[in-house]
Design a protein. Structure first.
Length: 433
């Protein structure tokens, strides 16, 4: 009996795969130890998902502990999904497999609520003594840098096979020391966030949304030179052969130093004071295109020319942050439903994930125009709920108009001409209470 210890934050399915490899078996070779209630998740193209997760009932958890030779208490501390319960895991009262371990397949992020990423293979080999082993684990975006080996660990929920990059689990950062240095700086930024009464996760999410918006706009920035150079380096020297694909896969690694710098800047009281002064203080005025706040922010990210571009980008996460800070200073209330929490990131400001962007790109290549549909960017597990909500809203709209509604399928085919109301804040430069 071999002992296969779990790694911190590892998915249960990743551990099962390593157990199988230790015994010289394919991962599917050990699945017979459990009774499965569904099938392993797959991508739309049919490929197996690397971010698959399994939930086990108490008997199934004991079976896993015996297979890897580790106590259940140790597994519970290391594996985030190990102790998760599910009503469908209730054991049958009778039958030939009554009392056997039961398992359910799930998608990792949906089951645990955390992003799933490939682990560093070199770190895994060092920890386990086995070369060539794959580890999949839960990790936030700021933990994607392996400082020891200079690697950016990629999301495990994307269908990279669709892009012809089979086995791609990381990007090489050895020629980008600034990305590794930013990982070290983040620890200090996180401590400052806690000291300021903010959650580091929310501060990072807001900063990432700001920089991801810049990333999309940077294609039109003539003076931007840093990001193109980094992108070519993470692509192995030249991203030109498939620039769209590399812009999606390499984005988070390329912009990581700027994300940390923006998070650090937004936590600086002196920066918040500049936003207050730009707004006119107690005498509200239009935010200027050459305001000191955006100018200083551009300097903090090494782009002195960025200030006017950021200042005139209305309706994004940065102007929302400024509005919250200004309203808090004035003691004014925020827009209905939003409040004045500077670190609250609106859903419309959240950047599309790598997996979502790759779905859009894949659909666009197969059928030009189809990739622009919202369904291409939304995870499969969320589409049914959104589609149902849209259909219900359309039916209610038709009923309000006095239109006779039929089955949901007929209603969904009924054209509507109503345009959503425009937000008065979307075209205004004035940040008011």
């Amino acid at each position: 009996m071999f002992r296969v210890a779990p790694l911190a934050g590892e998915t249960t399915w990743s551990l099962i795969g390593r157990i199988a490899a230790r015994y010289g078996l394919d991962a599917a070779g050990v699945l017979g130890w459990w009774q499965w209630g569904n099938h392993r998740p797959r991508h739309e193209g049919g490929g197996l998902r690397a971010d698959a997760e399994v939930l086990l009932d108490p008997v199934g958890r004991r079976v896993l502990a015996e297979l890897c030779g580790v106590e259940e208490e140790v597994l519970a501390r290391a594996l985030p999904a190990f102790g998760w319960e599910d009503p469908k895991l209730v054991a049958p009262e009778a039958g030939p497999q009554a009392g056997s371990g039961r398992g359910l397949w799930r998608i990792g992020a949906a089951a645990v609520g955390r992003p799933v990423v490939f682990g560093c293979g070199l770190c895994a080999a060092r920890r386990t003594g086995t070369a060539g082993v794959r580890v999949v684990r839960y990790a936030p975006r700021w933990e994607r840098v392996c400082v020891r080996h200079g690697r950016w660990l990629l999301d495990a929920d994307a269908d990279l096979l669709a892009g012809g990059r089979e086995g791609l689990e990381f990007l090489d950062l050895r020629e980008l020391p600034e990305v590794v240095a930013a990982r070290r700086r983040w620890a200090g930024v996180a401590r400052r966030a806690v000291g300021a009464g903010a959650e580091p996760e929310r501060v990072f999410a807001l900063a990432h949304a700001v920089v991801a918006r810049w990333w999309e706009q940077a294609l039109h920035w003539e003076r931007e030179e840093v990001w193109p150079q980094r992108l070519h380096l993470v692509a192995g020297g030249d991203a030109g052969g498939d620039l769209e694909w590399w812009r999606i896969v390499g984005r988070d690694a390329v912009v990581f130093p700027e994300v940390v710098a923006v998070a650090d800047a937004l936590l600086d009281p002196a920066i918040a004071q500049l936003a207050w002064l730009d707004s006119g203080g107690e005498r509200p005025r239009l935010l200027p295109a050459d305001g000191a706040f955006c100018r200083r922010l551009g300097e903090r990210v090494g782009r002195p020319w960025l200030g006017p571009l950021a200042a005139t980008d209305f309706g994004g996460p940065l102007t929302s942050w400024m509005g919250s800070v200004i309203r808090l200073r004035r003691g004014a209330g925020g827009p209905p439903g939003y409040g004045n929490d500077p670190w609250w990131l609106r859903q419309e400001h959240q950047g599309v994930t790598m997996a979502g962007q790759l779905r859009v790109l894949g659909k666009e290549k197969k059928a030009p125009g189809s990739g622009r549909m919202w369904r291409a960017a939304v995870p499969t597990e969320e589409r049914a709920l959104i589609t149902s909500t849209i259909a219900s809203a359309e039916e209610q709209l038709l009923q309000l108009r006095g239109v006779q509604t039929g089955p949901a399928a007929d209603v969904a085919r009924t054209p509507t001409t109503a345009e959503p109301p425009r937000s008065p804040q979307s075209s205004s430069r004035l940040v008011t209470p």
